[in-house]
Design a protein around this ligand. Structure first.
Ligand code: GLU
Length: 437
């Protein structure tokens, strides 16, 4: 196989819901709103602020025309949604995927708002996406899509206004093109316009591993709450992109046994534990898990309900639904992906007593080190990796503890506790700033 044009920062869909279920249960914006409404009610959010926080600040839809290698003109659709910027510049990734919709980007932008507030970093939330299939595009075509999309949304971008990062199917190389395109327009180099860049051009040490490392820290804390430790814990990881593979690797290094992993090519299972570094090496060479012989094959949907201590859904939205939540055997779910669990599944998991580490907490390590990258770029002074990891650990464990305190105080689920903390912080900023009208 030839070198892929792009290696994704996260995995594209592993299990997509059928259309009917999607409409009923899995509209991502509605799913986000359902949790927001619950938190707003418990916080007795005043009706005016409630209205403000239910609406994205800005939604941009652009056409992205490029010349294909064949010489033909092709037009893609791109989105950028700035959900809320009261706490600071908008922050959020860009995904390239055929499943991208405005509803999804709106939900993801809202999740970024709550995520940044939850870990208490001075950013608002945004998200972007281009509806395309990077697997079928050459490197040159991807570069042209990236540059044209960046140029189309350039008015919103900037270190003080909106700062993209990698997401599904985008990576350091894409971030480097965004930084260059923006810098060519502004006529000087602006490294802080984007995070998740190559280290050689102002990226942060530890950023590539940050989301997975954050997952490892909060899983360690969660296991302690249920009287276990990472050492000896049996872990299943769905999705083997950046988040899934790094989480698996770091948890295995802490003594956990990774009993199953999957990507869109299929799943692998070994109850005695998989050799994660060997799997990472395999995927580097073969681009997928399928074909690896030192484990049994397991179907993606069966993988989610395997017997284990911790399940890490690290692929995409809506994989734990009302259809399979009842069969989940994990004691702890660490949501490496954004929105892997539907609101209907939340209720089922709560009744079963599964300890859920919600996405906006579990995967916040990525944006936390993005914040460190932005700080380092603006200060022009770079930290060593040990400092990055230590500061990440301190933010993740503090946020975990604050979530637990909130959940205990109000007797609510971990997810609602996260939303309460986050929405309260965003609302507090609005109250202090007042309304410009
Ligand atoms: N795309 C990642 C997320 O969903 C990272 C965002 C960022 O670093 O700005 O959290």
């Amino acid at each position: 196989m030839s070198e892929p044009a792009i290696k994704s920062d996260a995995q594209p869909a592993v299990i997509r819901p059928d259309k009917e279920t999607f409409l009923a249960e899995e509209n991502p914006f509605e799913a986000m709103m359902e949790r927001f409404d619950h938190a707003a009610q418990l916080l007795s959010l005043d009706p005016g602020l409630y209205k403000v926080l239910r609406h994205p600040e800005k939604q941009i839809i652009v056409s992205v025309p490029i010349i294909r290698d064949s010489g033909e003109l092709e037009v893609f659709t791109g989105y950028r949604v700035l959900y809320n910027t009261s706490r600071g510049p908008a922050k959020g990734g860009i995904r390239f995927d055929l499943n991208v919709t405005l509803e999804e980007v709106k939900a993801l932008a809202a999740w970024m708002t709550w995520k940044c507030a939850l870990v208490n970093i001075p950013f608002g939330g945004s998200k972007g996406g281009v509806v395309c299939d990077p697997a079928s595009m050459s490197l040159g075509e991807l570069e042209r899509v990236t540059r044209r999309y960046t140029a189309s949304i350039i008015e919103t971008l900037g270190p003080d206004s909106d700062v993209p990062a990698p997401d599904v199917n985008t990576n350091e190389r894409v971030m480097a093109w965004i930084m260059d395109t923006y810098s060519m327009h502004t006529r000087h180099t602006v490294t802080a316009v984007v995070t998740g860049k190559p280290v050689e051009m102002g990226g942060s040490l530890g950023r590539r591993e940050a989301t997975g490392r954050g997952c490892m820290f909060v899983t360690r804390e969660a296991l302690a709450r249920v009287g276990q430790s990472l050492k000896g814990a049996r872990i299943v990881v769905q999705g083997f992109g950046n988040v899934g593979s790094v989480s698996a690797d770091l948890m295995a290094k802490e003594g956990a046994s990774i009993v199953a992993v999957s990507d869109k090519s299929g799943g692998l299972h070994n109850p005695k534990g998989l050799d994660v570094p060997d799997l990472i090496k395999w995927v580097k060479e073969h681009r997928q898990l399928a074909g690896y012989l030192r484990a049994e094959a397991v179907a993606n949907d069966a993988l989610l309900t395997l017997d284990c201590d911790v399940l890490v859904p690290a692929a995409t939205e809506n994989v734990i639904t009302r259809k399979n939540a009842g069969q989940i055997k994990a004691k702890v779910i660490c949501e490496g992906a954004n929105g892997p669990t539907t609101a209907a599944a939340d209720e089922i998991l709560e009744k079963k007593g599964v300890f859920v580490i919600p996405d906006i907490l579990a995967n916040a390590g990525g944006v936390t080190v993005s914040y460190f990258e932005w700080v380092q770029d603006r200060g022009g002074y770079f930290w060593d990796e040990e400092t990055v990891n230590r500061r990440l650990e301190s933010i993740m464990t503090r946020s975990f503890a604050e979530t637990m305190a909130m959940a205990d105080k109000h007797t609510v689920s971990n997810r609602i506790a996260c939303y309460m903390l986050a929405v309260d912080r965003v609302a507090a900023m609005h109250r202090l700033r007042g309304m410009y009208a």
